[in-house]
Design a protein around this ligand. Structure first.
Ligand code: GLA
Length: 556
């Protein structure tokens, strides 16, 4: 007779079965968690302009690093100067180490990395998760040499690795790429890890496992410098938005902007779409000699801000029909970035609505065209005539959601000028009092009934000196020589509040500079009904309130 199982042996048996099951299955890879690439990487890679030609050498890379600084690309956010294939000799040295090609890089790679770092930039290198890299000359790959190569790169000061997929000996992609992830981690050096597997193998596809392994992964084959190649990379990427986020991005390949195979308008579309997709922005043209138009495209800070938005969402398709496509990207401050794409060769109207991009409940919406910089308001329809092979790109925000806000740029101005050359303001600009006593801004607003109203004046004073002004309501001075103290810089906005008596109907508030320095930069007046006692001016924080924060993100 069989002995019945008691509770304890049964538990032991269950644990044993569980352990066997767990051990038999491949362990899920540990998450990458290297803290890098919280926004899509921005920088340069030589491949799309030099390929493997002799142009790719030390002088070229140093010239690129210099141009990052002199052309303002570094200031625009471009950081990584990355080498692609063909930097090494075809054979490792006697110790098995990779060797830089001395004809291209006579001082070696560490020298170059130091130079790039000296410009305040970061430095990247290339290899392949195979026995050789992709170029037919047969440069050594990293398969089986992961730790030795990672250690060497770390010793050179490498900050970024692009790891290609050629000559992979049919070893499982996730296994190969995880081996290098772990080798990089063991170096202790923060190195952005770019998986270049092209979305080739699987399922599971690289975007399904990539976030645990790398900071970005190629989703496509190589881009070419023409419209159809560029657009087909976009469409491969269209359905992958759910896989992108801070630290882990879909990579539809490097930029062709400036390489000559597309028109300037097509390159603007290319750049807009990459930003909309939260794609890495790796310049692929010879920036030492590109046109001013190309540089302007690459330095469009409004478009870059969409790419680099802190929320890290990849835009996705709202509608697509007959080559007319609408993309929508939700931004951290609640705004939307909308790309109206026309894939046909003749101009067409492309349109959507605020509701279709998830914006409702505001009487109007503000549209900023990120290429022309024009702004306009709409009650809901969002559309434009889009040139063939082109885009119109808007940043859409809740427009005059606050009926109590009165922008200085829309007020009566005496001896002042409307400007927009600082960050963080509300509306489309602010008024510079032009450094003269007597300059003024006069706001007009309607009060529903007589009584008092709470006024908030948004301003910036980037000088070290208090800028004083008379604040009058309906012609009567309410606060003489009122204080507008320094706000540290012209990008930092403060709010001065006071309460004012008003009568029913139209009222005016005039702010008149009383000293030779003129008014502070005046941004807006909020007039909100209240019953507070008249005249208790206070200066609040230099950071502004929630409204200002919203704007400062938007206008950054
Ligand atoms: C592959 C990659 C390209 C480039 C070349 C270099 O094709 O996808 O981006 O790195 O190799 O040989």
């Amino acid at each position: 007779m069989r002995k019945p199982l008691t509770a304890l042996p049964a538990l032991t048996l269950a644990l044993a079965v569980l352990a066997a099951t767990v051990l038999a299955r491949p362990q899920p890879a540990a998450a990458l968690e290297n803290g890098l690439a919280r926004t899509p990487p921005m920088g340069f890679n030589n491949w799309n302009t030099t390929g493997c030609t002799a142009t790719f050498n030390e002088a070229f890379v140093m010239g690129v690093a210099d141009k990052f600084v002199s052309a303002g690309l570094k200031d625009a956010g471009y950081t990584y100067v990355n080498l692609d294939d063909c930097w090494a000799l075809p054979s490792r040295d006697g110790n098995g180490n990779l060797v830089a090609d001395p004809a291209r890089f006579p001082h070696g790679i560490k020298y170059l990395a130091d130079y790039v770092h000296g410009n305040g930039l970061k430095f990247g290198i290339y290899s392949s998760a195979g026995t050789k890299t992709c170029n037919t000359k047969g440069f050594p790959g990293g398969l089986g040499h992961e730790q030795q190569d990672a250690d060497l790169w770390a010793s050179w000061g490498v900050d970024y690795l692009k790891y290609d997929n050629c000559n992979n000996q049919n070893v499982d992609a996730r296994t190969r790429y995880s081996a290098m992830r772990d080798a990089l981690a063991r170096t202790g050096r923060p190195i952005v890890y770019s998986i270049c597997e092209w979305g080739r193998t699987g399922p599971p596809k690289v975007w399904e496992w990539g976030a645990d392994v790398g900071n970005l992964w190629r989703t496509t084959g190589d881009i070419s410098d023409n419209w159809s190649s560029m657009i087909s990379r976009v469409h491969t990427n269209d359905d992958l938005a759910q896989f992108a986020g801070p630290g882990h991005w879909n990579d539809p390949d490097m930029l062709e902007v400036g390489n000559g195979g597309m028109t300037d308008a097509e390159y603007r579309a290319h750049f807009s779409l990459w930003a909309e997709m939260a794609a890495p922005l790796l310049i692929g043209s010879d920036i030492r000699s590109v046109s001013s138009t190309t540089l302007a495209t690459l330095k469009n800070t409004d478009v870059i801000a969409v790419d680099q938005d802190a929320l890290g969402r990849q835009g996705s398709i709202v509608s697509a029909s007959g080559g007319l496509v609408v993309y929508n990207k939700v931004l951290a401050n609640g705004d939307r970035a909308v790309v109206l794409l026309n894939e046909n060769t003749t101009a067409a109207t492309v349109s959507t609505t605020a509701a279709a991009i998830g914006l409702t409940g505001s009487p109007s919406y503000r549209l900023k065209d990120l290429w022309s910089k024009a702004t306009r308001t709409t009650t809901g329809s969002i559309g434009a005539s889009v040139p063939g092979h082109g885009v119109v790109m808007y940043r859409v925000s809740r427009g005059d959601a606050d009926p109590n806000r009165h922008e200085a740029e829309a007020a009566a101005i005496g001896q002042g000028v409307v400007e927009s050359n600082h960050a963080g303001f509300s509306g489309t600009g602010f008024v510079n009092g032009d450094n003269v006593a007597g300059s003024y801004v006069e706001f007009t607003f309607a009060a529903p009934a007589a009584g008092s109203v709470n006024l908030s004046i948004g301003y910036a004073n980037g000088t070290a000196i208090d800028r004083r002004a008379d604040i009058s309501v309906n012609g009567t001075t309410l606060a003489a020589g009122a204080s507008f103290p320094p706000t540290a810089n012209w990008d930092t906005w403060a709010v001065r509040t006071l309460s004012a008596p008003v009568h029913a109907g139209a009222n005016t508030v005039r702010i008149t500079a009383t000293t030779a320095g003129g008014n502070p930069n005046l941004d807006y007046l909020d007039a909100v009904g209240g019953s507070a006692p008249v005249d208790h001016p206070t200066v609040t924080t230099a950071d502004g309130g929630p409204d200002l924060d919203r704007q400062s993100v938007e206008d950054r």
